[in-house]
Design a protein around this ligand. Structure first.
Ligand SMILES: Nc1ncnc2c1ncn2[C@@H]1O[C@H](COP(=O)(O)OP(=O)(O)OP(=O)(O)O)[C@@H](O)[C@H]1O
Ligand SMILES: [Mg+2]
Length: 234
């Protein structure tokens, strides 16, 4: 579904990712873990075609997308839920969701998709006329995911969706991710909560100083001593 080959990423002169390669199968939940500043968000932005300058190959369903602008990647089904959610706080929940269906194909289906999103996330339906900025952190994360779902993603990139959330929402979020798999959506998730993510993920990658240093099944990594070394930077 998504193949990354030898990806380097830069902010101006600053070289952050070094030869990152990933291979993500359709329908898998794949975790991406690593210490602060390892380059996890940079990798997510690079896949989405935002912020960074990149070299290397990115293929979505065997099509090269590395030279495409973000909106073309979204149109093909690669959608990012960015770090810290980036909602429009002074717009309602409904308006935030509608913005997600920006591309032509998604807009034509927006009515039906909105119904599906409300089925999956009933709280959003109850709060549809409320300003997004007035919701709790957990509810705002649900809006951010709902907005991404409005774009009809085939691959959803989630960057630290549980950051700052109460345990009840962390649990809900992982349940939601499992439901996304049932809908056939492939998920790449950056997560500090390594225990939760490795238990849920089919496979995971460990990023250290901009390089992939470990990969394997979620459960195997959970028991791998090297993960602690990479993660804690010991
Ligand atoms: N816009 C930018 N300009 C320059 N350097 C940046 C920029 N954004 C990130 N960096 C640098 O790139 C490196 C990787 O940052 P990144 O945000 O990808 O890390 P991360 O793994 O997501 O960390 P965290 O767990 O804290 O979210 C860091 O050293 C950071 O300072
Ligand atoms: Mg980050």
């Amino acid at each position: 579904m998504l193949e990354v080959e030898n990806l380097d990423a830069f902010y101006g002169q600053i070289h952050v990712l070094h030869g990152v390669s990933l291979s993500i199968k359709a329908g898998d939940i794949v975790g991406l873990v690593g210490a602060n500043a390892a380059g996890k968000s940079t990798l997510m932005y690079s896949l989405a075609g935002l912020r960074t300058t990149c070299a290397g190959k990115i293929r979505l369903k065997n099509e090269a997308i590395e030279d495409m602008p973000t909106h073309e990647r979204v149109r093909r089904g690669l959608v990012l839920v960015p770090e810290r959610r980036r909602l429009f706080p002074f717009m309602t929940v409904l308006e935030n969701l509608q913005i997600g269906a920006y591309s032509d194909g998604a807009r034509a289906l927006a009515h039906q998709t909105m119904r599906e999103v409300f089925e999956l996330l009933p709280t959003l339906s109850e709060r549809r006329t409320q300003l997004a900025g007035s919701l709790s952190g957990g509810e705002q994360q649900m809006v951010a995911i709902g907005r991404a779902l409005m774009a009809k993603p085939q691959v959803l990139l989630l960057d630290e969706p549980t950051e700052g959330l109460a345990p009840i929402y962390v649990k809900l979020l992982f349940e939601l991710i499992t439901s996304l798999r049932a809908l056939g959506i492939t998920v790449l998730i950056v997560e500090q909560n390594i225990h939760h993510v490795l238990q849920t993920a089919d496979r995971a990658y460990v990023l250290e100083n901009g390089r992939i240093v470990l990969e394997g099944s979620g459960r195997a990594l959970l028991n791998d001593e090297r993960l602690k070394v990479a993660y804690l930077g010991l």
